[in-house]
Design a protein around this ligand. Sequence first.
Ligand SMILES: *Cc1c(COP(=O)(O)O)cnc(C)c1O
Length: 453
Amino acid sequence: MTDEFEVLAFAERQATAYLRSLEGRRVFPDEQALLALSGFDEPLPDEGQDAIEVLKQLSELGGPATVASTGANYFGFVIGSSLPVAGAAERIALAWDQCASSFANSPVADRIEKVAARWLLEILDLPRNSAVGFGTSATACALTALSTAREVLLQHLGWDLTRHGLSGAPPIRIVCPQNIHITLRKVFRVLGFGQDNIITVPCDEQGRLKLDNFPDLDERTLLCLQAGEVNTGGFDPFAFLLPKARAAGAWTHVDGAFGLWARASGLHRDLTEGIDQADSWTVDAHKWLNTPYDGAMVICRHADALSRAMNSDADYARAEPTAQKNLGLEFSRRARGIPIWAALKGLGKQGVAEMVERHCALARRIAEGLSAAGYRVLNQVVLNQVLVRADTDEETLAILQAAQDSGRTWFGPSVWEGRPAFRISVSSWRTESRHADMLVALLARLRQDHSSS
Ligand SMILES: *Cc1c(COP(=O)(O)O)cnc(C)c1O
């Protein structure tokens, strides 16, 4: 067996070599690298293998087949990358291997996550007494938020969910934009909200929920809004809707997976006006804050309600309501708040604002460049998302494919108003003007190559 520290040093060298190779590396792996993945498809060994040999295989076969989404030339989804300080903090926390469920399990994780939670509420300017649960994803965090909402709404309707369960409970209806993120639809399904109880509201051409003929809100309504629509980056009209929802006794949840970070920037904060009046919010760290996966937060104004809904105290494992095991789904969990703390401390308020502003400025630069090259930019570029189309659907799809095949960039398809488009998103701390310009130049050339005229 190789010595523990040699193994770690080997892994560190491989990891560093990978990061050093990012700039020149293909963004999506080539055919050869993908074929080589069959090398992993071997029988489970009877006898243990040497650690260095295991890592060599991982690095040699796995590395070339990675998507370089942590690099500067990846514009797909809103993937973000890992800030050095966040990735490095994660490595230290990995060595600590804390079970970060409560103070008793890990005083250091408990303390650092509480600080990260406080900073988060400050930088996002949300109610300072809110509870913050660090979950694996915006999906998991939305599940915790909406199960809390369900319990509270039912309680207000005189129904004790813990005692009576769902069967026979007064119906709760969901009101949400028609383009609500697919993961929210999954959460609705998992929580037992049927389609018959979901009212979807039409959206305008920027993907924002329209206010005309808006359904009545009442005390059995769970209103779900979006800060940052996935195609356009559009924001729902919080300032108008949230006071009405509050007055009606509805619960409002805001999916701000990436868009909530706009609130950290003085330039973009207007988009989020009124958002602090919601009851719960979800926001990812692993997207726009550029921390490693899996890092996301549920924020709930009603701290007691979240900790009641998520309570997992046992005779052998009791903890205070603010312990993470009482704020999220997991009982055992890694200290995922540590890289988030490190990112916030490493960037500071100004650094987060600057990153958001730089990405938004780059998105505008890309939009202008592509317009000049003859593309149609379909959205008002209010954030870091650019939605683009060529002259015809065939050209749009052919250019998208050619861009992906080039290995020099990657972004994905979407469908907007029934027709194909592509979505370019700027969210990596590594992305600079020259990368944006390279993307524009590449797409300008591809349009000439594929032009039907
Ligand atoms: C990515 C995303 C989600 C889901 O977040 P995960 O962390 O991937 O679960 C939800 N809503 C929006 C708007 C997103 O962009």
